[in-house]
Design a protein around this ligand. Sequence first.
Ligand code: ARG
Length: 245
Amino acid sequence: MKKISAILLAVVLFMSTCAFADTLIMGTNAAFPPYEFYEDGVIVGIDAEIAAAICEKLGYDLEILDMDFGGLISAVASGKIDFAMAGMTKTPEREQSVNFTVTYATGVQSIIVPENSPITCLDDLYAENAGYKIGVQQGTTGDIYCTDDFGPDNVLQFLTGADAVAALVVGKVDCVIIDNNPAKAFVDANEGLKLLETDYSEEEYAIAIALDNTELLSRIDAALEELIADGTIAEIVAYYIPVEE
Ligand code: ARG
């Protein structure tokens, strides 16, 4: 009898820890394949899976909130979300408002153009009187660098990368500048587009955490480093970005 109640107690305790496991809220902008995108109504991708692996290691449940990219840093800073993971580049400006973990991936800005575009390389955008209209996702590094280099009149900002690409497809912009892996995914998903590789801004992706939440920062850093060392991150990346033969 005693044994049964001990087992029952253990089961109840186990269930209550499951039900009440702390949840970490991740903010992202889920129109950025292969890092975050919807599949059958669920947010999947490299970032979603790495976040799940981190939470599993640290004993948290994970909840993912989809929001505007431009709102992520302030959502982290105000504590509305516990961390932002969105193929987000570590920049000195953002580091004024949040802390970043170790880097888990790198990216480089690429140009998407229609197949028959007169734009053949980055330099074409700088040519005198070029005046090309460049589509970007609002608040991203692509937006910030293009606005600096080509002036606000030549840069059209869209709420998501997918919206910028949709504008390119219907000819509202002449090209889209966005991180290389999403650029590849958008080109694969849309007829008549091609990718121009560039070395325009090489960037490091990291997870953003509130400046005062240094405890979470060190726990997530430790988990990330283990997942990098044991090959889990490489496995997740290889699943979403198969190496071309
Ligand atoms: N790497 C770029 C940046 O940090 C673009 C990231 C956009 N991410 C997204 N999930 N939409 O600004």
